[in-house]
Write a protein that binds this ligand. Sequence first.
Ligand code: 2DT
Length: 215
Amino acid sequence: LKAMTCRRGALIVLEGVDKAGKTTQCNKLIQALLENEQPAEMMRFPERTTMIGQLINSYLEKKSNLEDHTVHLLFSANRWEQVPLMKEKLEQGITLVVDRYAFSGVAFTSAKPGFTLDWCKNPDVGLPKPDLVMFLNVNPSEAARRGHFGTERYETSVFQRAVQQRFEELMKDSSVNWQVIDASRNIEDVHADIKNHTIEAITTAMTQPIGHLWK
Ligand code: 2DT
């Protein structure tokens, strides 16, 4: 029993374009893990409650303008400032289910003109590496059916298409444990898939130290 409690939790990330159902699925996954007596907590990026997060929030709500490189580095800093807490939780055996991570950081900034994937990845190199990254994929007709984008920055179909392409580039990297989930299906079917992949990742993570992203 003692050995069990020493085993680390898994770092599980959900990614996808807007309207893919990431937040819904993160919440359902946490609930399912807790019902299975598996300690689990949710995190999200951007984490809007910190000082850096408030700068990001104001930018996303279009209440302020920030230079594109600057905001990219703030998003990255907003992840790094959570790293001590993330490590602490993982070491306590808590599985973290994270709504967006460095992949969103790279996909969104590199969808802007003049940014390479490489430049965008650099500030996030060495972050705790997810044990599993699930990309919630929604086909364009289903995305259209799900209705309107909000009014925050980046919430236009032209930009979201560019973001999707950048995610597809990132998914070619086999050093990351990517799983593409068909999120066009109903909530319960999508959840069942996500839960199965997560349980497998938790089992594997128990026997391995936490890795370093893109390093
Ligand atoms: P939501 O809170 O609705 O997920 O929207 N973003 C996110 C970036 O541009 N860079 C990042 O590093 C991250 C984590 C995606 C947040 C918006 O911020 C974008 C949508």
